[in-house]
Design a protein around this ligand. Structure first.
Ligand SMILES: *[C@@H]1O[C@H](CO)[C@@H](O)[C@H](O)[C@H]1NC(C)=O
Ligand SMILES: *[C@@H]1O[C@H](CO)[C@@H](O)[C@H](O)[C@H]1NC(C)=O
Length: 335
């Protein structure tokens, strides 16, 4: 008996040695192993599942469009069935990433509030990894997150102007998705830090590529919105074209789609730099160009990113995320 056990142990030991030789461990490989366990690439729920009510409400004063000309849903707070979505994602669990940049005065001024409100309202009952990109660890606020949330903090280089921060953001996000985020989450959102979650912001927002309608421009004719109109810029959108003006304060999708979005935007920004031109709304202009060429699969109504200084129109039932704006201009000058 003993002898048999010894032989078995020896065999196991030898096979382990062989394995070790063939498979030297590296963090990359470990991440890829982890990927098999955690990231499943679930398809998003189809419209046929009745999670979304695309019928326009005739009683509304304003036209609340619910689908785009390319058949993507425009999600308003009363268009989705939360219990259908909850059942779907219970069977197909996902991990959602949330990337936020907080540098200069934005770090100490806004980050705490953003994180606290995200902990309460962002993807309740789902697994979330929050990626904080900051320029000074000393100002990282201590926040108690609930058990389904993980915080990962990274340091980024400080830029002189906020325009450069927001433009560098695209490049940095694409690098982090390539290095690790794609192995850690199914979906990922990129959000500005000067915002506060006000109510449940959940599964209804998940999609392959997700764009945010802008509070100021969502009912405007595309010819009147501030797309980049200079042909020398990569972000150029000709008059008479363009669908909606999207707000760069919120965009998202699957990790692979957000990688494409951020890579393309970073490329456009770099080309513009080479040609000595800066698009009128910086990274937002390039994001609009991207979504003009590659239509988003889901649009979020302005309820998902509302400016509370603007009086609520009839379309706005529930504000889910709002702009924070104390001393906004002062803060921008401080960076
Ligand atoms: C949501 O869907 C469930 C299951 O199909 C249904 O029972 C319920 O009535 C729906 N709720 C609304 C508000 O439509
Ligand atoms: C477009 O930008 C270039 C470079 O900044 C500038 O020289 C040119 O005058 C601009 N064209 C228009 C129509 O504004």
């Amino acid at each position: 008996m003993r002898y048999k056990i010894l032989i078995r142990l020896l065999l196991i030991f030898m096979s382990l040695c062989v394995l070790y030789r063939e498979y030297q461990f590296s963090p990359k490989k470990l991440q890829m192993t982890y990927q098999c366990w955690s990231v499943r690439n679930q398809p998003e729920p189809q419209m046929s599942m009745n999670w979304f009510n695309s019928k326009n409400n005739k009683n509304s004063i304003y036209k609340r469009m619910r689908t785009t000309s390319w058949s993507a849903p425009i999600v308003w707070t009363d268009t989705y069935n939360e219990s259908v979505l909850k059942m779907y994602y219970k069977k197909h669990p996902v991990t959602v990433g949330l990337i936020v940049f907080a540098v200069g005065s934005y770090l100490w001024y806004y980050l705490g509030n953003f994180l606290t409100s995200a902990n309460t309202f962002f993807m309740v009952d789902q697994r979330v990894i929050i990626y904080v990109m900051l320029d000074d660890f000393a100002f990282m606020p201590l926040i108690n997150l609930n058990r389904l949330r993980t915080l990962k903090v990274f340091k980024v280089k400080r830029q002189k102007r906020w325009q450069d921060i927001s433009m560098m953001r695209m490049k940095i996000i694409s690098e982090h998705i390539t290095d690790h985020i794609q192995y850690e989450v199914d979906y990922v959102f990129c959000m500005d830090v000067d915002q506060t979650f006000k109510s449940s912001y959940g599964l209804e927002t998940l999609g392959d590529s997700v764009a945010q309608l802008h509070t100021y421009w969502y009912r405007e004719d595309p010819d009147l919105v501030p797309f980049e109109r200079n042909e020398s810029s990569d972000a150029y959108i000709p008059m008479g074209e363009g669908d909606f003006y999207y707000h760069a304060a919120v965009f998202g999708g699957t990790a692979s789609q957000v990688l494409k979005i951020t890579k393309e935007c970073a490329k456009g920004i770099m080309n513009d730099k080479k040609n000595n031109i800066e698009a009128i709304w910086h990274d937002e202009s390039h994001l609009n160009k991207y979504f003009f060429l590659h239509k988003p699969t889901k649009l979020l109504s302005p309820e998902f990113c509302w400016d509370l200084r603007k009086s609520k129109t009839d379309d706005i039932k529930t504000v889910k995320l709002s702009w924070s704006f104390k001393n906004y201009d002062y803060l921008r000058q401080q960076i």
